[in-house]
Design a protein around this ligand. Structure first.
Ligand code: ADP
Ligand code: MG
Length: 346
């Protein structure tokens, strides 16, 4: 759980702080008719730095697991304006002219640095590539391919599960190159201004890093003709590290959205509802589980493996401490508590 500080606007209009971190992974919500304590693996309060979130959330381990060949996913979810994009990317996405101070970089840039550092220090040789998609109004679009955004088909196959056809994947070898891809892609992402957030993301964005590693000693050159594969030889591995910045849940009444904006909001809310539904069903004990409706939205199809399959997933629930956001905050905390009960089989 990450609790952001009260914003200037919230402080100015005299909002009260109703969320308090009690230490030991517990967070307390106290308001007139609500008094509840929730427990999580980690809680970061308003004073927590971006670095503390990276180190304390298990993100570093997730990067290492991706190098070891696992499918790893990190999600940020929560009400619009609660700090999801800030947690993942830092304030960088908000200002295109000025680069963010290094201390403010988010989980993504820190993970990229960690990944490239590891790839240099390990004896294996890593091949890295990235793809970047958004789901906008139930359409999947490529954020890296040039030209106006066009919808890509989402397909299913027995071997691959759900996948996006014709998705661009770009190789990279340096921190500058991947930071550049992130910036290019985020600038093409659909955002609109509304009453709660001047740069509200109107789409769900998924950046996936593909990590292919080959153990030391396994040459890229073809083996000699007499070469026989040794069972003890370390096989090559393919892992992924996926960052999901969900569009925020919102109540149309509060954001003052109308027309096109409210169509967007309904699509966002519908896919978040589908995600919530899948998570509730996945949280039931395996024996009592019914069919999981991944097909209900593009978002849940793309996340099927991360949610209940063979992936390892970190969910960061972002909340505002303000008294005005109380009901959204409680619903995010309930959602997160359910998500915590889901187990996958990596
Ligand atoms: P979301 O992506 O959830 O809609 P944002 O990440 O855009 O929300 O955050 C909304 C505003 O709050 C931004 O101006 C952002 O800079 C600020 N903010 C969010 N989290 C923090 C934080 N932990 N510390 C300081 N400012 C924050
Ligand atoms: Mg955002």
């Amino acid at each position: 759980i990450r609790v952001r500080p009260l914003t200037c606007t919230e402080t100015r209009r005299g909002d009260r702080q109703v969320v308090h971190s009690l230490g030991d992974g517990t967070v307390h919500v106290s308001a007139a008719r609500h008094d509840a304590t929730f427990g999580f693996s980690a809680v970061f309060d308003a004073g927590a730095s971006q670095e503390a979130v990276f180190e304390g959330s298990g993100m570093r381990q997730l990067v290492e697991l991706a190098i070891d060949g696992f499918s790893c996913t990190v999600f940020a979810f929560g009400q619009t304006g609660s700090g999801k994009t800030y947690t993942l990317m830092g304030p960088l996405a908000q200002s295109e002219t000025r680069a963010a101070a290094p201390g403010l970089l988010g989980l993504m840039q820190r993970s990229f640095a960690c990944l490239l550092e590891q790839s240099r220090s390990r004896s294996s040789d890593l091949a890295l590539s990235a793809s970047y998609l958004e789901i906008y109004n139930e359409q999947v679009r490529d954020l890296l391919s040039p030209g106006p955004p066009c919808a890509l088909p989402l397909r299913w196959s027995k071997t691959r599960g759900f996948y996006v056809e014709n998705q661009l994947s770009v190789d990279f070898e340096s921190l500058e190159a991947i930071a550049d891809l992130l910036l290019q892609g985020s600038q093409r992402r659909r955002t609109s201004a509304h009453a709660l957030n001047r740069h509200s993301s109107r789409s769900h964005a998924l950046l996936t890093i593909h990590v292919r590693s080959r153990a030391a000693g396994q040459s890229i050159n073809p083996p000699p003709p007499t070469w026989v594969p040794q069972p003890s030889a370390c096989p090559s591995k393919q892992g992924t590290l996926c960052f999901v910045d969900l569009a925020g849940s919102e109540r149309v009444k509060e954001t003052g959205s109308s027309g096109e904006l409210s169509v967007e909001a309904n699509n966002i809310n519908r896919s978040l509802l589908a995600l919530g539904h899948c998570i509730s069903l996945l949280a039931k004990p395996r024996g009592k589980r019914t069919h999981i409706p991944y097909r209900d939205s593009k978002l849940t199809r793309l996340l099927a493996r991360s949610l209940g399959g063979s992936g390892i997933t970190l969910m960061v629930a972002c909340i505002s401490p303000s008294s005005r956001c109380l009901s959204e905050t409680l619903s995010t905390l309930h959602y997160a508590s359910r998500a915590r009960r889901v187990t996958t089989r990596p």
